[in-house]
Design a protein. Sequence first.
Length: 212
Amino acid sequence: MRRGETVVVATKNAGKVREFAHAFGKLGMEVVSMFDYPDLPDVVEDGVTFAENARKKAREVAEALGMPVLADDSGLEVAALGGDPGVYSARYSGEGATDARNNEKLLRELARVSNGGESAERLSDGTKLLSEARFVCTLALYDPATGTFTESEGYVSGSIMESPRGESGFGYDPLFWVNSESKGMAEMTKEEKQAIGHRGRALADLLQKLEV
Ligand SMILES: O=P(O)(O)OP(=O)(O)OP(=O)(O)OC[C@H]1O[C@@H](n2cnc3c(O)ncnc32)[C@H](O)[C@@H]1O
Ligand SMILES: [Mg+2]
C-alpha cells in the first residue's frame, strides 16, 4: 500500500467506506469497496474474534481479485452486557438487522440489566449513561503475492447514552458518548472521529507498520 495508489477495502458498510475515503483521501489515495465489485460472493463472518473475521474478509477478497485488500472488523463491547454485542455487533438484532434495530436492541438489553438506572451517571442535560463501553476496530491487509497479513487494532472508550444524539457517523455512534471529548460520537465530524476513534487509531497503527 503506497501513497497515490488505490486501496481496495473488503467492506459493504457505507459508513466505513466514507471514513476510509476521508482518511486515505488525505494521503492522495482513492478507496474502492465491495460496492464497486457487486459480483463478489459475501464472506461468511464465522470467526470468534474481530481479528479472525478481518483476516478472512481480507484474504478471500484478495484471492478473488488477485491484489492486496484491506478489511475492517469492528464492533461495540458494552460492560454491563458482559462485552456484548462484540463480534456480533452487525447482526445483534437478528436477521435483516439495521443500525436502528441494533440500537433499539441495545437499549432494550440495557434496560433489562439496569434496575431502572436510578444510580446511573448523567450528562449535564440529565441524559443517563447506562454503561461503560468501548468500540474496537481490527484491520487486516492481505497481500496474495506474498501470502502475508499486516494487522492492527484500535479502541475508544465511552458510555452508552439512554437516548441518541447527533446525526453523523453510523451504527452505534448515536448512542455512544465519548467521555474524553465530552461529545457524542455522532456529534463529531469525520476528522474528529478519525482523530480519537477506534478506526482512526487502528489505521494510524497500520500505516505506521506499512511505513506509508
Ligand atoms: O463486514 P463489513 O462488510 O465491513 O460491514 P459490517 O457492517 O458487517 O461490519 P462488521 O462486520 O465489522 O460489523 C461491525 C458493526 O459494528 C458497528 N460499528 C463498527 N464500527 C462502528 C463505528 O465506527 N461506529 C458505530 N458503529 C460501528 C456497526 O454496527 C457495524 O455493523
Ligand atoms: Mg460484517
